[in-house]
Design a protein around this ligand. Structure first.
Ligand code: CO8
Length: 263
């Protein structure tokens, strides 16, 4: 349960159905060590599957400097190839792909390397005016290993992704929004409140319909147009099997606010 004690993240769920997970290693700029990975993944899976009142998950970093300054370099430095390969190093993060509830990254500072990749695994990125995004792996003699070469290229296009991945150059929040990597820049002091507002608006919608909409947009990133359109149409039709579709449409006809039962 969420009562399990975490050592490297904080977790809370509010009455509006918004869960906030905070990576809590500010002294290491929230570097993603094995414990952080295990705790973020297990908290997300728990919230997704066993916590019906949590509707949206916000991921952020403790302190005012970093979302996450990457995978923990001190933990990774001495790993050999055989160990990295046989232990499927960093593969645990891939589990986040199975989370049906929306994930919002509230990027409050550095999102570098694995931190940038973790933000890109989320469905929406909100950036504070202090946010800095980058894939500095090349400067460490490695390449991005948590989806950076793939998701960054899809998010910002080949040429800009190449520049970032081949040089390690960082982009600030304004540039990130201009490139399409993040949705909005917010003053640092307002970032979490705005993320909660956004999450709260989504939390009012029908949870199964939100999950369908999320899955369809992800298919647009992962598959071709023909498959995507076919997938979308089936998901669209399937909404008519839900009581929330009847509620949403009859509320419109009756000129009242819908009250979704999330089923
Ligand atoms: N890992 C471990 N510790 C870190 C990390 C990190 N990624 N980032 C920062 N820290 C630590 C620092 O070592 C320092 O600790 P200490 O006080 O013990 O020396 C503390 O956090 C504070 O950092 P700085 O003193 O460096 O703070 P500055 O404000 O001077 O600089 C920077 C901030 C620019 C963010 C700087 O810390 C930095 O460059 N960090 C590393 C960024 C980076 O290269 N990230 C990518 C890591 S690699 C990765 O994420 C993916 C690898 C994928 C491989 C796939 C294999 C399968």
């Amino acid at each position: 349960s969420m009562r399990q004690s975490f050592t490297s993240i904080r977790a809370e769920v509010d009455d509006a159905g918004v869960a906030v997970l905070t990576i809590d290693r500010p002294q290491a700029l929230n570097a993603l060590n094995a414990t952080v990975m295990q705790e973020v993944v297990s908290a997300c899976l728990f919230l997704d599957r066993n916590h019906p009142t949590a509707k949206v998950i916000i991921l952020t970093g403790a302190g005012d400097k970093a979302f996450a300054a990457g995978v923990d370099i001190k933990e990774m430095a001495a790993v050999g190839y055989a160990e990295a390969y046989t232990s499927s190093m960093l593969n645990g993060w891939e589990t986040l792909r199975s989370v049906r509830k929306p994930l919002i990254a509230a990027v409050n500072g550095y999102a570098l390397g694995g931190g940038c990749e973790l933000a890109m695994m989320c469905d929406i990125i909100l950036a504070s005016d202090k946010a800095q995004f980058g894939q500095p792996e090349i400067t460490l003699g490695v390449i991005p290993g948590m989806g950076g070469t793939q998701r960054l290229a899809r998010a910002v296009g080949k040429s800009r992704a190449m520049e970032m991945v081949l040089t390690g150059a960082r982009v600030n929040a304004t540039e990130a929004v201009r490139m399409g990597l993040a949705s909005r820049v917010l003053p640092a002091a307002e970032l979490l409140d705005e993320a909660r507002k956004l999450a709260g608006r989504i939390a009012e919608m029908s949870a199964p319909v939100v999950a369908k909409a999320k899955e369809c947009v992800l298919v647009a990133q992962e598959q071709g147009l023909n498959e995507g359109l076919r997938f979308e149409k089936r998901e669209f039709w399937s909404c008519f099997a839900l009581s929330d579709q009847k509620e949403g449409m009859s509320a419109f006809v009756q000129k009242r606010k819908p009250e979704f039962k999330h089923m």
